[in-house]
Design a protein around this ligand. Sequence first.
Ligand code: PLP
Length: 422
Amino acid sequence: MTFKNTLSFAQQLDAEDQLAAYRDQFHFPKVEGKDVIYFTGNSLGLQPKRTSAFVEEIMKDWRDLAVEGHFYADKPWWDYHERLAEPLAKVVGAKASEISVMNTLTVNLHLLMVTFYRPTQKRYKILCEEKAFPSDQYMFQSQIKFHGLDISDTLVEVKKREGEHFWRTEDVLSKIEEVGDELALVLLGGVNYYNGQVFDMQAITRAGKAAGAYVGWDLAHAVGNVELKLHDWDADFAAWCSYKYMNSGPGNASGVFIHERYHGRTDIPRFEGWWGTKKETRFLMQPEFDPMDNADAWQISNAPVLALAPYLASLEMFEEVGMPALIEKRNKIVAYLEFILREIDKEVDSSFEIITPKARGTQLSVFLHGEGRSLFDYLMKNGVITDWREPNVIRLAPAPFYCSFEDMYHFGQILKRGIEES
Ligand SMILES: Cc1ncc(COP(=O)(O)O)c(C=O)c1O
């Protein structure tokens, strides 16, 4: 498609957009009375308008039923979390039995390490990407220390090549092969938070497993953003947060995927609690742990229903729309954003370098050569919510649920003015 950098063309794209009506189903912050152009759905998604009703339902049930709400609310609390499994399974390409929602992301990664990182004398190394999200780095380091191992010997980071901004799949694969039978675990971010790169999760999973390692994925930036087929790819486990593209609210609950081959087993290590025991016998309060025969065996505490309500509201929207439609719009709106950036680049002195490779989802990370933080401040003051990463990269993630093509056009104009005035 040939794009044009005009308001009327952007409006035409919006008129053709099958998801356009969803924009109005979100609350937008305002700057000087106007909805902002929101590029930070990769950090915190906007609030769907239907979310309050889901939360209010729990508040009302609590008010009217108190403890009886566990069993007699319209959506009983004791198994409320199970409602999220089926729609989430579609988002991540899994069976519903392989999904559980609990805790928060880093906590879940730690808990999953109990099962999937069991270093031996020979096989003890962990492979990840260099400069993984800091919380993942701290998680790795503390796990390694917990096992009494040496971090520099145990943690193998796949580097980008000199002068390149992305990881090459062949470099990840050859590093896996090189570490070989010393490799205990491969755990990467499915989509890198900084450059927006989508890793070849299928190829890496296959290679990691062929080397005899467990393979897991941190899908914080991937879920609700890119196509995932966790079951078919044969990943062992994955975890993600829900507050980015999943629009479930700040700091909200994490989801986990645990491949069905681990279900129902009593011989694998796992930190356990009463919500992981069989539902039928849970309230008999017996001393023996009898695991649920699905991913819920990894549940520990009773579900934080007030937190799950916004997640359920959001999943209802994913059910209505489906990932294929979101991905189709994503491809078009990101391509249009890229086009706008290249057009503006021609019109101003500064130059933009898009460091996100072709294997991308919703996010474009843009190196602003010749510009400083003042441009970022100008954008924010003028109603463009984006984020800044050192040294001078802005990350732009036009979430397909609520960003419009017109937003992309206006962003280009504001960016141009910001550069000209700086
Ligand atoms: C890739 C990645 N991993 C881990 C985290 C940490 O998430 P949480 O604070 O929910 O544990 C984030 C948060 O943004 C993230 O982007």
